[in-house]
Design a protein. Structure first.
Length: 383
């Protein structure tokens, strides 16, 4: 029995609903250091555009207030020169000097503010994320061409970030409006008297009021950008959250598969056991804890500059070393501090650390007195 016919747009609507499926489902783990480092290498770091804009606006407006008179002087000189040149120079035949003078004035008027704005932009970004230079964001990525409507609508309309940005924009408009209103209201009596002033004095006065409003608004925008920067850092880490499986895969990548590590550990244990069977009988002494640690030490002045650790082990491995030493007749000396220290600081094949030369020399001298095999070995070396 067939069900009711499907509407022609049912499939499209179903796909559209999938756009809004949560992408961070199951992402409960904080991003790892490797994930953060990788994002930084890709040029993706937490930063607030409002902070960069506020710093740029503040420094540029301060620079404009400082060099404003000089810029007005250059502008006046430029107008005078071009007005004089318009009746003295034929631009169709003498375009070179006109163009050169134009670019000269243009550079003097634009470059100071442009340079300050560029420095402010660099400073604002370095202040937030440190010095970072990468060309990876410039590489073409065709994945970005594919429209992700769900992510876009969710991020711009249906997320906490969208509500925060909306509230931030409304608040900035209110702040700028209030700053402008307070300044204009305070200057209103003088503004009403400008009709009796000269054009130059009126222009200078209005420029001063405008610059003051811009600087005050920029300072307030800078203060408002700090919470925005904190919010952007929180959102950045939230977007980078990982699932437990992702953390596990990353740990495998760095630390190796636990099963493979287990096999390698077993293999190393077998190799050490086989080497023990050869090295322990040749040792001059075995220093023990007496039950937890055992370290076999050999000293051959013909091939070794100092006594050397030829085998070591803890617990079951220590028991195996003691058993081999007993079978081979190697002296076993109990010295708890020395056994612990040698186990922690010296690997198989390493020379005894210099701090323990005196303790080892006393033990070897004692062994030479009580063990004829070692005594004969040292006596033969002496001859």
């Amino acid at each position: 029995m067939k069900g009711p016919p499907r509407a022609p747009f049912d499939d499209i609507l179903a796909i559209h609903l999938q756009w809004f499926a949560p992408e961070d489902e199951g992402k409960t783990e904080e991003p790892t250091e490797y994930r953060l480092k990788k994002e930084r290498e890709e040029g993706r770091v937490p930063k607030s555009p409002d902070l960069v804009a506020a710093i740029g606006l503040l420094l540029a407006s301060v620079a404009l207030a400082i060099i404003g008179p000089w810029m007005v002087y250059n502008l006046r000189e430029m107008l005078r020169w071009f007005l004089e040149a318009s009746i003295e120079i034929d631009p169709t035949t003498e375009a070179g000097p006109v163009a050169a003078r134009f670019f000269s004035y243009f550079a003097r008027l634009v470059l100071p503010i442009a340079s300050v704005s560029m420095i402010a932009g660099v400073f604002g970004n370095v202040l937030q994320s440190g010095f970072l230079f990468t060309t990876k964001p410039l590489k073409p990525d065709f994945k970005k061409i594919v429209p992700k409507f769900g992510q876009y609508f969710k991020r711009t309309l249906l997320s906490g970030e969208a509500l925060f940005n909306l509230a931030k924009s409304i608040f900035k408009i209110l702040v700028i409006g209030v700053v402008a209103f307070i300044n204009i209201r305070g200057e209103l009596p003088r503004l009403t008297r400008l009709f009796s002033s000269t054009v130059w004095n009126s222009s200078v006065y209005l420029a001063g009021v405008v610059i003051r409003i811009i600087i005050e608004a920029a300072i307030l925008m800078l203060a408002l950008a700090i919470p925005d920067y904190i919010f952007q850092r929180i959102q950045f880490k939230k977007r980078l959250k990982m699932t437990k499986q992702e953390v596990k895969e990353e740990r495998k990548m760095f630390e190796g598969d636990p099963m493979v590590k287990g096999r390698l550990k077993d293999r190393m244990r077998d190799i050490m056991s086989r080497n023990m069977a050869v090295n322990v009988p040749k040792a001059d002494v075995v220093v023990t804890n007496p039950t937890h640690f055992a370290i076999a030490v050999e000293f051959d002045p013909m091939t070794m500059a100092v006594p050397t650790v030829t085998a070591k082990g803890a617990d079951e491995m220590a028991f195996r070393i003691r058993s081999l030493a007993k079978e081979a007749g190697v002296p076993i000396v109990e010295n708890r501090p020395l056994a612990r220290a040698l186990y922690a600081e010296a690997d198989v094949g390493d020379a005894i650390p210099e701090a323990y030369y005196e303790a080892i020399s006393k033990i070897l001298a004692h062994v030479a007195r009580i063990d004829r095999r070692v005594a004969e070995k040292y006596a033969a070396m002496g001859r």
